[in-house]
Design a protein around this ligand. Structure first.
Ligand code: GCB
Length: 885
């Protein structure tokens, strides 16, 4: 080995030793134990004896994959995790805690076969003391987690998947016997908050809880040093105990006064740090040390003028967030969770509704760091159980939420009920219903009091659905300090333009209460496009229209303190059907966090930097029967020039951040460039879009055609095949003859096709629309050999899921559909290819059926499919024609 290399190596070794010694010196160690657990599902619910264990790493959920299949439902039961602990001999005599970021939803913890702790509720952290360790290499922990329904634990129901498992980090904390802790709430026991904050001064309060498990006899000194972002000391506070301090101590340190604090805000999320130490006064030895980041800010809500931060009016704009991610369920590494906050920040958002439950500490850490204000809530969703056990669990959760997130500067609101009148119980028993409503009011009142008492520095909030009178009559709008409204006109009911007038009405009815729109949104399936968007088509274009209207109306009204889009990203909701079964598509981002056009729209509105984006840039494969189609550019610049395939389309002014051109696409690749100028700077965006021009008289040698019947949308399927809407037949062209688009009314809602989960396919939109009662399908094609594929699914009748699972305008959906009475034959160029097809009887309701045929066209009569009824009306959902020779 060359001498210089040796030198470098020994230098690094020295550094490593130094780092290790430093780490060992630390009075408090937190050691991740996420790796190498043994896991087994208790599918027989018989205990863990005959279970088959596999090795997993945490975060882990046992539902990551069973929600991906086509069948609705997922495993809700027991799972066991076990692990041998790797304990360092130097930890003997120390206090060791086992920390869980969360486990969904009931947990029991065993050490060497003995139960040492338990926890109820899936979304808050908890800590178990590891007392009685043997330190002989055999210490083993077993964690039993159960995500079954439990009527005592919220959420009882909800539009999201209750993934089970140890889905947040698990760690050990090793501390001296005298240490900071507030074990009841799973925190380190140090709580900081600032008051009397202004530009000139601020007061920092540090409340410490510490335990002295081995009855440490010396006096103990507790200190907090406040440092700024450059590590300059800004203030200090000290407290000295008497000798023989007691076992549990709660001490509020003398206040720290700070002069001219740099205030925390979305523009400047400036963080200080409080370093709090527990010191042996005699020896000076630091027994424990906890570091807490904090910012100084003051804020208020006003019923007429909205939200104020540090004395300035600020409109809260952002989104709600669920914690799951594509193919991971809720077991998502912290880095990905932080990325969500970064995406929200880049969008120009300043607000995150952490919904419908507390989330990973990494999320709020990121909000503190990036300047995103937040509200956090416990998961009382849709309904309650009127029992003491349920009430107790709600209160315990509320306390855990507040204590565990207390130090986050970003938090300004604690919330506790979401649409609690949505699943109204006892609808047909008025007297019993009154009692139920009273129970809800009581629970709300108790949670409100508990919250205000535990944390008087923040606001409280409850989020209601659109039944304004219902909430007022139930006394619920009086209780919280802010009322949040989840409003969906233009989606579940009404028109998008109703949002402004609706809010005016609510403000007039409850004039003294600050309010926010805590939810609004429309399903947008990123695979679906429409030239003439309509409600429920799930197209990007409809989502754009919807959000444009809402943004305008929200910005116009100062009394709307803030608004949070539902949702930042698509999320798992196993009970949903619709175009992507199991997923709620209201995200601005997809489940794997790809931005949709709606995200770009928010970015153009709220990110102050110059911005230009070809909105339809991600629609990389599109088509139509004419080359003329609209192309949208999203920008916050005044005007934009568009160049298509080298030809300037002219410059246009931008209105409400959007500008569109009708352009002539050519078949094949189209090079698109958008250009804008501001203050001598040039901004550009480019995109290449493949266009399939589907001529009226089609079919050259390589052509193929994928057609949706009863639909007006374009669909890009998972195999990247483009499906275009059918059209009525014209001579020398192609199209359907006869038939009506399938339509079903779900209560007062006219759905787009069907919302049923189509079994046997991931490309549900191919089957969710159909032509009913069609006579024929004709295609004028040149001579040759063709493959003709017919796609069917019976859409009528009660299949797996026949109604919208979520019923926000409290309309009772019709549960029953008339069972189909339909049998039909199909002929291809005169030859019978399908005889007496009875989809319902043969395949069941809502199951995809694909039938492929070949035909040779020898004359110039083309392809003709004839549909003949035996009983009822024939149907066809989609059709593919491909020239194979
Ligand atoms: C709501 C609920 C939320 C749902 C959302 C929707 O009002 O609070 O949990 O996911 O509507 O998309 O229907």
């Amino acid at each position: 080995m060359p001498a210089t290399f040796k030198k470098i190596l020994s230098f690094f070794l020295l550094v490593l030793i130094f780092i290790c010694v430093k780490a060992q010196d630390k009075s408090r160690k937190v050691i991740s134990i996420n790796q190498n657990w043994h896991f087994a599902k208790d599918i027989h619910k018989k205990g863990n004896k005959q279970l088959k264990y596999t090795t997993v790493n945490i975060p882990h959920t046992w539902n990551a994959f069973d929600v991906l299949d086509d069948e609705p439902g997922y495993y809700r039961g027991v799972g066991y995790y076990k692990k041998k602990l790797n304990l360092q001999p130097t930890w003997k005599g120390k206090k060791i805690y086992l920390n869980f970021g969360a486990a969904n939803q009931e947990t029991e913890v065993y050490l060497n076969g003995k139960k040492i702790g338990s926890h109820m509720g899936g979304y808050t952290g908890f800590t178990v003391a590891l007392d009685g360790l043997k330190f002989n290499g055999t210490d083993e922990i077993v964690v039993r987690v159960d995500n079954s329904y439990n009527e005592s634990i919220p959420p009882l129901t909800g539009d999201f998947t209750f993934f089970g498992g140890l889905y947040r980090n698990v760690s050990l904390t090793v501390v001296n016997q005298a240490h900071f802790a507030d074990q009841t709430y799973g925190t380190n026991g140090v709580y900081v908050h600032a008051d009397k904050v202004s530009n000139e001064s601020a007061t920092l309060n540090v409340n410490t809880n510490w335990v002295n498990t081995s009855s440490f006899a010396n006096e103990i000194l507790v200190t907090t040093t406040l440092i700024d972002a450059k590590s300059n000391k800004v203030g200090e506070s000290k407290w000295l105990s008497s000798k023989n301090p007691s076992i549990n101590i709660n001490i509020l340190l003398p206040k720290i006064e700070v002069k001219n604090p740099i205030l925390w805000s979305p523009e400047n999320p400036y963080l200080y740090q409080a370093i709090t130490k527990l010191i042996d006064y005699q020896t000076g030895k630091v027994l424990d040390e906890v570091k807490t980041n904090l910012g100084f800010r003051y804020f208020s809500f006003d019923a007429d003028k909205g939200f104020f931060l540090n004395g300035k009016s600020v409109k809260l704009i952002g989104a709600s967030r669920h914690q799951d991610f594509a193919k991971m369920g809720n077991a998502v590494p912290a880095a990905l969770q932080v990325k969500d906050v970064v995406l929200l920040k880049e969008m120009g958002g300043n607000f995150l509704r952490v919904a419908h439950y507390p989330q990973d500490q990494a999320v709020l850490d990121a909000c503190d760091r990036l300047g995103i204000l937040t509200s956090v809530e416990i998961p009382i969703v849709n309904e309650i159980t009127e029992t003491q056990a349920f009430t107790n669990n709600c209160k315990a959760m509320q306390l855990e939420m507040i204590k565990q997130n207390y130090n986050h500067t970003s938090v300004i609101i604690w919330a506790y009920m979401n649409e609690v009148l949505l699943k109204m119980r006892y609808g047909k028993e008025p007297e019993r219903k009154k009692v139920y409503l009273k129970s809800i009011e009581n629970l709300a009142q108790q949670l409100e009091e508990l919250t205000r008492k535990t944390d008087p520095t923040r606001y409280t909030m409850m989020s209601n659905h659109g039944d304004v009178n219902g909430y007022m009559n139930a006394g619920l709008t009086k209780i919280p300090m802010i009322v949040g409204w989840n409003l969906y006109p233009g989606w579940y009911g009404g028109k998008s333009t109703d949002i402004g007038p609706n809010m005016d009405k609510i403000h007039a009815l409850i004039p003294n209460k600050p309010m926010m729109i805590t939810e609004y949104g429309a399903d947008v399936d990123h695979r679906i496009h429409a030239e003439n968007p309509i409600r429920f088509d799930k197209s990007l274009a409809y989502g754009m229209e919807y959000h444009q209207i809402y943004i305008k109306d929200i910005l116009k009204r100062p009394f709307i303190a803030g608004a949070a889009v539902w949702n930042l990203s698509d999320f798992s909701s196993e009970t949903r059907s619709e175009t992507m079964p199991g997923i709620n598509n209201k995200g601005l981002l997809t489940l794997d966090r790809q931005p949709k056009n709606t995200y770009f729209l928010y970015k153009a509105h709220f990110n102050k930097n110059p911005y230009l984006k070809i909105g339809d840039g991600s629609w990389k494969l599109r088509g139509g029967i004419t080359p003329k189609q609209e192309l949208t550019v999203i920008s916050n610049l005044d005007s934009v020039e568009l160049i298509v395939n080298g030809r300037l389309q002219g410059k246009k002014g931008v209105t409400d951040r959007v500008v569109s051109w009708e352009i002539d696409f050519k078949s094949g690749k189209n090079e698109i460039e958008a250009i804008a100028y501001q203050n001598g700077k040039v901004f550009k965006d480019r995109s290449t879009i493949d266009f399939i021009l589907q001529p009226q008289a089609f079919l050259n040698s390589s052509a193929s055609l994928n057609i949706l019947l009863g639909s007006q949308r374009q669909f890009l399927d998972d195999q990247n095949q483009l499906w275009l809407p059918s059209k009525p037949y014209e001579q020398n062209s192609w199209g359907h003859i006869g038939g009506e688009p399938f339509k079903i009314k779900n209560s007062s809602r006219q759905l787009y096709g069907s919302d049923k989960n189509i079994i046997g396919t991931q490309n549900d939109p191919i089957y969710q629309t159909q032509s009913v009662g069609l006579d024929a399908y004709e295609l004028a094609v040149p001579k040759g050999k063709y493959e003709v594929t017919l796609h069917f699914a019976e859409l009528m009748g009660n299949g797996i899921q026949s109604v919208l699972p979520y019923n926000l305008d409290s309309l009772v959906a019709e549960g029953k559909e008339v069972p189909p009475q339909r049998i039909f034959d199909v002929y291809l160029n005169g030859k019978q290819i399908i005889k007496e097809l009875n989809l319902a009887a043969k395949y069941g309701i809502a199951r995809s059926v694909e039938r492929k045929f070949e035909c040779i066209v020898a004359d110039d009569k083309g392809i003709k499919l004839i549909f003949k009824s035996v009983t009822g009306k024939p149907v066809l959902n989609a059709l593919q024609v491909r020239k194979i020779n």
